[in-house]
Design a protein around this ligand. Sequence first.
Ligand code: ADP
Length: 820
Amino acid sequence: MIFLKKLFSKLKFKIGKNSQSKYLQESIINDLPNYYIFWKDLNSVYLGCNKAFATLANVGSPENIVGKNDYDLPWTKEYSDKFRSDDKEVMESGKPKLNIEEPHKLKNGEIVVLLTSKIPLINNNKVFGVFGICCNVTDQKVEETAVRETNIKLEHAYQEAQQLQSSIINYLPNYFIFWKDINGKYLGCNTAFARLAGQNSPSDLIGKCDYDYWSKEESDAYVADDKEVMRIGKPKLDIEEPQTTAQGEKIILSTSKVPLIDEKGKVYGLVGICSNITHQKEAEQNLLKTNKKLEEAYKAKSEFIRNVSHDIRTPLSGIMQSSRFIYERGIEEEEIPEYAYHIWQAAIKLMSLFNQVIEVTKTEAYEFEDQTSKFDLYKLLDNLRKTYTIVAKHKGIELKLEYSNEVPRYLLGKPLRLHRILMNLLGNAFKFTQKGSIILYIEDAQNSTDDQIILRFTVTDTGIGIPKEKHTVIFEPFERLQYSYQGLYPGSGLGLSLVKSYIEKMQGEIYVESEIDKGSKFTCLIPFKRPILNNDKDILDIEYEIEQQILHKDIPLFTTSTKISDTKEQKTKNILLVEDDELARKMGSRILSNIPLYQVDSATSGEQALEMTNQKLYQLIYMDVGLPGIDGIETVKQIRTNPLNINHKTYIVALTAHADEEIIQQCLDVGMQEVLQKPLTPEKAYKLNNALPLEKKEEIVNDNNLLDWPLWFSRVGNDKETAYMTFHIFATDLESYQKNITASIKEKDLTKLQAITHKMKGALGYCGLPRLENIIKKVESSAKEQDFDKILEEYSELLETLEKTKQIYQEWSKMYPKTE
Ligand code: ADP
């Protein structure tokens, strides 16, 4: 600018004089390459310019511009107007106008930005024109704009970042952020932290300290950490801080504190960020607990396996040794029963163990079937007494089963469960007691109501006792205090866990009191209902149910003395085994006798078999094919073809050593149902028994036979005498039945016919004469329908059947004459 002022002062003097003007033009003005210089008259007509301006104005050389105005030059009209008005302003005011930013849009579209200063040309205080000097700032402008735009963008971004940062800080729900001054006073915090302190907004905390919000103890700890961080000037990370929130909730925070340091390296406060790790901590704790439990369970399981292996191995080796002695005849004949007894006892032990294991998996998987029913508590006790008296005698221990007066005899509840609970507790008592007494006592646990009673059952023993710290674990599955592999007490460690689960299912409770070497007392409190009728009406047969459970379900045989009584209510099945070889006959008889309800007879020859099958009805016959005298095939042929043989429809199984196709075919041809390869084994016998129940086999009987003894027997209570008697009686009436039928048909009296056939049908219901029964039924229904033609058709069949029946009767009555 100084340079320009000097220039202008020079100009003031020298412009106007041609020689001077020329000098100016050539020497100064033209040589300023970056400056565009021009001067105009009062009418803004160019008087001259320098070379640079001439180039810009696209006029070639400076002299060409003289006489031209802006409208003649390459800039647009809009710009020319602006230049003209600036000129005017300067000339009218007589004052310079400096640094006007003038964009020149050239006609070729290019924009040039000029920074122009215009100065009035004055002579004798009169303005005579305008002088302009411009410099090209286009590049500079572009740069400036770019810089400005960038700055604006940066500003935006900065603001956004600021906003984002404050909202992140404020609304991060899981992070609590605060900053404090050197004295531990809050300078600020996020919303989450304010809430934690029980305040609405961060501004509430400013100027406050920890003691304003948290307990002394908690605050002391926070302040101590703050001080340490600010003193050392280093962050402290992941500090676990327990905290009671404003809402009273106990939580655990993980906090990191970082010192705030100014440019001079001086600490002026700290920033803290915490997260709530309560759940994480809980999960960690749970995981630890679960791991511990798993470890314990694993330990218990391995111990269980060791116990069980011992409990299996001991009876198993007993079985192996005893049976080997018997087999190798290493013992005297008289000793055999004793050894067999050992084997049996060992097998029962195995069974019991197996059942307990099954039972546990069962109680875990589904409900043990025990309906609520009315039962006799005294009977239940009797059953227990029967079971344990022998054991008590054997061990020389006193056994008492007692109850107080108010204990009712009849109860409504789950008797089988109760039975098992007491069996288990008594079983344990006996197992762990060597001398003294075992007492089961029952009393009313509390004032019972009219319809409900809670009974207290205590099982007290004078045995080895249980240490106090084990009073809970013994109820866990597989938990045992003495390992059976140590050889002292056998057991699976499952009994008490079963007892507990049964009691819980009955809404009861169980406790143990015990002292080492003094004894144990197990107490169960179990609620029952009182039945409305205090008598044995509709009562559950406990003895029977217990037997059934033992017989048919996989339930534990708790003691070896549990007796399986005769199955009196079930029908026995008569089985005949025909076999000539003595050993095979004895073995076969033994095998078959072991099948429940089988009553086995044997025959040594075909002849004997024929005799026996005439006398007694069998449900199943095993027939050896290769017999001396009449062979098996011939024997069966005779049985099948003689309608008078009671067993002519019995299910018959062939036994053969040579089951070739020809023999099989012969067997089937004579009417045997099955052919078995010898020898007869228990598996084969059981399989046959199970595949087709004998009741079903009886039904195989052809329903159109003239005489069907099995049917007859079954209709009269399986009593042979009654069956024979009814045959005699029916046969006596047969003549008169036949006469009456014939008469009513001749008279076409269908009502009478219907009456007779109806009566006859009734009598036939006690017989085994299926063919006659069938035709009589047909005639009766035709009579009812008054269908005379049909009756005539049926009449001949009826007559024929009557005749044949009479014939059979005559033959049969020769063998079994009527006894008066
Ligand atoms: P187990 O088949 O081993 O008898 P239980 O579940 O019935 O299994 O009992 C678990 C453990 O509790 C027993 O192994 C024994 O250590 C202890 N226990 C149970 N009853 C008695 C008792 N009457 N006297 C002493 N210890 C007992």
